[in-house]
Ligand binder design. Sequence first.
Ligand SMILES: Cc1cc2nc3c(=O)[nH]c(=O)nc-3n(C[C@H](O)[C@H](O)[C@H](O)COP(=O)(O)OP(=O)(O)OC[C@H]3O[C@@H](n4cnc5c(N)ncnc54)[C@H](O)[C@@H]3O)c2cc1C
Length: 532
Amino acid sequence: MGTTTAGLAIGATAGTALADGTVGTTSELVPGLVTVNRGDPLYKDLLLRGYNRRYSTDPDNIKVVGQTSHVVQAVNEAVDSGKRLAIRGGGHCLDALVDNPEVEVVIDFTEMRDITFDTDMNAFAIQPGATLGQVYRTLAFGWGVTLPGGVCPLVGAGGHIAGNGFGALSRQHGLIADHLYAVEVVVVGADGQARAVVATRETADSDRDLWWAHTGAGGGNFGVVTRYWMRSPGASGTNPSALLPATPHALMTSQAVWRWEDLDEDGFIRVTRNFSTWLEENSAPGAPGTALHCALSAPRVERPEMMIVAQTDPSVPGNEALLDAFLADMGAGVGTAPRIVKSGQLPWLTTTINAPDSSVAQGVTGPPRWKSKVAVMRKGYSDEQIATVYQHLTRADYANPASSFSMTSYGGQINALASDASAHAHRDAAYTGAVSAAWDVVSEDDAHTKWVQQLYHDLYRDTGGVPVAGDTNDGCHVNWPDLDLLSADWNTSNTSASALFHKGNYPRLQGIKAAYDPLNVFRHPLSIELPG
Ligand SMILES: Cc1cc2nc3c(=O)[nH]c(=O)nc-3n(C[C@H](O)[C@H](O)[C@H](O)COP(=O)(O)OP(=O)(O)OC[C@H]3O[C@@H](n4cnc5c(N)ncnc54)[C@H](O)[C@@H]3O)c2cc1C
């Protein structure tokens, strides 16, 4: 029978009161370091925080932390006992980095989710267990500001910020960690002792490299993040409402929808080409088209329709006209006119924090089993590649209404930074391309996983089954880890997973790994390796 041990630290993270009396979301009561052992009733609750039910693990215990000192203690205990550890923020990791059979201890941030304004740092402090929905809500109600992060409200800040995630506002404001001012990380030195380090983007900071590593290298590489501080580069003054992008006033979404029965292969090629061409031509930093975020969603033909969705803030003059012109361009030369569905003016916050989970939206009833593979793309696919996608979407020997190919806009302000200015190297892309499947029946794992793997491999067959960076492709995004990149079956290029994710930034990341995690305590199948 397992045991739960808890010590209580009362009020240890009460939020900073601002001059106007506003505070962020804080925990009044912080649990002590809670150790939940295998067999404890809470053990399963904590394991099930992992989003992708394809993976499971059975660590000896799970450490629920409430403050930085608990993390130091938990890491020291794991290192002293020689146990392999992993960290769970929001639990939305898509491959087996946390839910991995080799993991013996999980440090869980479910109870560290405060979002406050820290007057000492003059920045917003976000704990890693906060979800993006909580972040958007608290920042909007508290200060009228936001961050350009991902579209899924249940993704956690823990992994998302370290991986430098993107979302609907990124073409206007860059990636989320482009706004990272500082980070607190519990690292382990060569002496095996854990300690907390605060690293900022200040050029005089001797730990600046550790900050840089947290602008896109991905979670679980260097230590345990206990707090992120967010303030936009170039922001000045001490008024919190001026230190991050303002929330949009409103939101308008539009869909151009085609029934599959009205769209043959040539029509699909034309729609897809229209989408990528528009993005190639409208993704320079500051270009008017960057006010618009868009995605192409082409599910398997078991669903009746494919669509292009676009959104913008219609309260800004010219944006609704931009949306209309975009929709007209999407239908050009296709032969079949799309059905246009326009939302009218919606409130931005409510719409954003209530976005449905993508697998639920595709009809998967339970917590999903999931496989996805993503590429960062500089230019449009060739007609031959799009024809390959069409063939896999219409293949008669496979069926799943929740399997799809999609493309999502990138670029704009994301491309304003040089590829070595942050740890996220992909700074001249126009969109991301993804192949995904969601399902909930265990016995179907193999069929759905293989469909995703085969489509992706065929799509990038000219570059060894993976999007090796070049004229058209730009590699992979760490927020979509894919263990297939390590497989000789699915990656037949000579390009390693690290080069696909980190491109030219990899040697610097290895140097930072050596400086801050010389014992390689923090590792997973795709983590940064020590040099040599
Ligand atoms: C349904 C869904 C929608 C998504 N939508 C988007 C999107 O719109 N845009 C986008 O960019 N990404 C998106 N993602 C990907 C998402 O950004 C990544 O999966 C992200 O890493 C999840 O972070 P997490 O904390 O929720 O996950 P976790 O599984 O908790 O962690 C992910 C990784 O980060 C590490 N980590 C977590 N917390 C810490 C910490 N405190 N210190 C150090 N390492 C830590 C973990 O060990 C793990 O390696 C989506 C994922 C899903 C499942």
